[in-house]
Design a protein around this ligand. Structure first.
Ligand SMILES: [Zn+2]
Length: 119
């Protein structure tokens, strides 16, 4: 961590913040941000698809909209990741069940006397 901070001419705290931000966009592992010290050896191999996805999730359009992405992921791939992220956050609500309706579990009882007892 100390070497990285020096290499990028920044402070250890800023380097840690950067790593914290990017930690979930790495290839199959995460660095131990919480227990990290200046001599902790870290690995930074960015997975561009994960990174793009996470930027969409964070609604950081100033990041996932950067023109530099053109050189990293195709527009089709980006569209696909964008859609996948948006869909993952969608809550699909079923029709509302009334207390006196038959229970959807198929027991034949009223919802309020069956699965809806504690609802
Ligand atoms: Zn039921």
């Amino acid at each position: 961590m100390k070497e990285l901070a020096e290499k990028y001419n920044t402070e250890l705290l800023i380097m840690t913040g950067f790593l914290d931000g990017i930690n979930e966009s790495l290839k199959g592992y995460e660095n131990p941000i919480d227990t990290m010290e200046e001599d902790t050896v870290v690995k930074i191999e960015i997975d561009p698809e994960k990174l793009y996805y996470n930027m969409v999730e964070a609604k950081a359009d100033w990041l996932y909209g950067l023109p530099q992405w053109d050189a990293i992921l195709t527009p089709e791939k980006r569209k696909e990741l964008y859609k996948a992220q948006k869909i993952s956050g969608t809550v699909i609500k079923g029709p509302k069940i009334g207390r006196n309706d038959p229970c959807p579990c198929g027991s034949g009882k009223k919802y309020k006397k069956c699965c809806g007892k504690n609802a």
